[in-house]
Design a protein around this ligand. Sequence first.
Ligand code: HEM
Length: 464
Amino acid sequence: MSTARADKRLYRWIDERYGVSPLIEFLRHKEVPLGAHPLFWYFLGGTTLFFFAVQIVSGVLLLVYYQPGENTSYESIRYITTKVPFGWLVRSVHCWSAHLMIVSLVVHMLSTMMLKAYRPPRELTWLTGFLLFNLALGFGFSGYLLPWNELAFFATAVGTDSVKSVPVVGNWLLQVMRGGPDVTINTVYRFFALHICILPILTVGLITVHLIFIQRQGMAPPIAKHVAPRGMRFFPNFALRDLLWWILCLAALLVLALLLPYGPGIPGVEWELGQKADPLAPAYPGIKPEWYFLWIYQLLKEFPPHLFGLEGPQVCLAVVSLLMTTWALVPWLDRKARRDEPSPAFTDFGVGAMLFITFLMLKAWDIGAGAVADGGFPDPAAVARPCAWILLAVAVAVTAVRIAVYRDRWFVFSGAAVLHAVLHGLVGLPYLAAGAIAAAAAALATGFTVARGRTSAMPAGGGH
Ligand code: HEM
């Protein structure tokens, strides 16, 4: 019997029992829009899914030997990396894949922001995605403590401490997170339950909902194009490209995991085991969280202990919550995109937010601080200056691409982010004062633009 006939019989056998034909038909008709944007942007959600799958597989393998406990957390990770055959590789894959998943998640989120894929009827696709982003951060935070080493202990102590600033329930929340007033092995037990049980269940559930929404609604067509877009068949054309891309991702992941088993050595992107946690040892300066929390860590440092009669961290937390809520509500705030019109202000809002976060991250890395004596802190002005120059260079490059390629003409938010960096890093104003001036300038410029009706007079091709 020829292979083709055997395949057909097998297909018929499965179809008779499970009725898969409608699903295959559906996939045959599903299309990915072509022409308006590079196809690459449509691979990013799948890339995130791929890295999440790697996390589950490598996480289960680590669980075979990992044991949470006062005398076992650190020891079992040490055992995995030194004694278990290829244990070091599994841990390295798990850590690298976690970072790559966050990178692809952030790029996926930004790309759907720039393509305005959140506009009706896809608001809830955006919202479920936003929740997934928060869950991914939760994975990072809870996983960090599990090796119970010095770095994880102090970073978790500092990270959980900021929860105290939540009004009314802050202290209670801190106790719930830590399992007591301090970070102890009880905290490890709680983080372990979160990391291997609660977060995976929530994430798998939400990914399912996210994907069902996408299957029901299809991929978003390009904005303000009133002709039916050309499409590429999802199955098999796009799916095979997806598969090839996943194989390349796997190859890149393995190369990184083999060559740099403990990360590239940049603060926030390293997982050297170091010393076992000792809650009685004094905290050493310069402890930094993972790179995706660095901007919040730095923002907390920029606030004085007291501001407007409130505690500084409380005001900082309010600012971060406001930014995050605005981001989650973008599909409802962007009223032009809701009418299927180009909304360059929101494109610029996305770029401005990225520049704002980049400047904070550069500062958190103490770029340009040079060598600092043991236990000392780098000079803040010496750090802010090179960071402002780098940000300026990045902003110029991004703006040039936006003007030349996308014909963007709206730069109020990105301009404010640059003004903030220049006033702080180059003129020498305190971070918050510079921020207040930049925010006021952005508000004035927006008011002026709206008043002159320029926004509505944007040419159809200007912005996206
Ligand atoms: C674990 C996290 C996530 C996974 C596994 C995931 C997966 C996917 C997949 C496979 C697609 C279809 C292909 C594509 O556009 O790339 C997609 C589309 C989409 N995702 Fe996500 N995603 C995640 C997080 C997010 C986040 C954080 C956001 C935004 C806040 C988001 C918003 C969207 C939107 C709006 C679409 C529709 C795109 C369109 O119709 O063109 N997703 N996602």
